[in-house]
Design a protein around this ligand. Structure first.
Ligand code: SF4
Ligand code: SF4
Ligand code: SF4
Length: 328
């Protein structure tokens, strides 16, 4: 891991000192255990708290659209200064996709790229190495990780706690950035997606049974939608009351409608950051749906979202030589 904290904090302090920057969104140590919190940095003191470690799982690109847009009092001008955001490879794809969709404009953002050797799955880590009330540190350590707990240093093999999305990662280095921190990491061969293959290998009844069991658990907390950097419609179809496309009732039928509607709205747009699955309190394997749709879009249309910030949106583009083999 070539990027050092000193370089990160120095760069962040320089960025927030600029007159055309409102704030910088980065990661900072949380209050206990493995927690890491988003940090909205406005000055050098805030920059000095920033970290980048295998615990920085959250995709901060979501904060580019998840901001309260207050009414501007009469006589005042809107604050048009830029927002800087720290991104890993997967997060950078979300920013690139937002540019493509014009959800965010390039001139509104400063993208700070962080080449990423892979993050941990916090649940897996806590299961194997229980959290404590003290703040715990996890570092990249050669091919694996190093946990610092109670003055003790514990070496952890990479495969033991690596997040599934990182095992499958094709873009560990940011695809787009205005400022790149450190050297690019050496890319690795993405693993097989056993989760999707296992479900694909079942017949229709088997798949229906699997997803019935999963969607039954949904409590409709909307965390998956709120955390998603690409779920940013101000008027979301899942909130609509008139007409009511998806009822508020928490039952299998409505839960299924909710989850399927969300998945299809993300088809050709989901950049596989895994955030929806990470935050789901019911442990529904949402990544399997998103990755299945992403794979279909890749295989059938040769399209991958969030890799070309100047590209066209999937559902608004057309290839004259599209073989259309799926049309009967
Ligand atoms: S998916 Fe790739 S870029 Fe994202 S956290 Fe994992 S290794 Fe890093
Ligand atoms: S995060 Fe999980 S439980 Fe909450 S609405 Fe989404 S799928 Fe349902
Ligand atoms: S649907 Fe999930 S995996 Fe896809 S971009 Fe949104 S949060 Fe990330």
């Amino acid at each position: 891991m070539k990027m050092d904290l000193e370089q990160l904090r120095k760069t962040a302090a320089e960025v927030v000192a600029r007159d055309d920057v409102k704030y910088l969104v980065g990661w900072k140590q949380g209050t206990y255990g493995y927690r890491v919190a988003p940090s909205f940095v406005e000055d050098a003191a805030g920059a000095a708290e920033l970290i980048f470690s295998p615990l920085c799982t959250a995709n901060l690109a979501t904060y580019l659209t998840l901001v309260e847009e207050l009414h501007i009092p009469r006589g005042q001008e809107p604050d048009t200064r830029k927002v800087a955001v720290m991104v890993k490879g997967c997060d950078s794809r979300a920013v690139a996709q937002l540019f493509v969709e014009k959800g965010v404009k390039k001139e509104e953002v400063i993208v700070i790229g962080c080449p990423c050797p892979g993050v941990v799955d916090p649940n897996l880590l806590a299961e194997k190495y229980p959290e404590t009330e003290e703040q715990l540190e996890v570092k990249w350590n050669g091919e694996g990780f190093l946990l610092v707990r109670g003055g003790e240093e514990i070496e952890i093999a990479r495969d033991e706690v690596l997040a599934e999305k990182c095992r499958l990662c094709r873009y560990p280095n940011p695809v787009y950035s205005d400022i790149m921190l450190g050297e690019p990491v050496e890319e690795w061969e993405p693993g097989e997606d056993h989760g999707v293959e296992e479900i694909d290998g079942q017949d229709v009844d088997g798949r229906a049974e699997y997803w019935t069991e999963q969607f039954d658990k949904c409590v409709r907390c909307y965390s998956c939608r709120n955390v998603c950097p690409l779920c940013y419609c101000q008027d979301c179809v899942l909130d609509r009351l008139n007409p009511t496309w998806v009822n508020r009732a928490v039952n299998f039928s409505e839960n299924t409608a909710f989850n399927i509607a969300r998945a299809f709205h993300l088809a050709g747009r989901c950049i596989e950051c895994g955030e929806c699955e990470r935050v789901c309190p019911a442990n529904i394997p949402l990544g399997k749906i998103n990755r299945k749709l992403a794979r279909e879009v890749r295989d059938k249309y040769g399209f991958e979202p969030g890799v070309d910030p100047d590209g066209e949106p999937f559902q608004a583009s057309f290839k004259p030589d599209d073989p259309e083999e799926f049309i009967l």
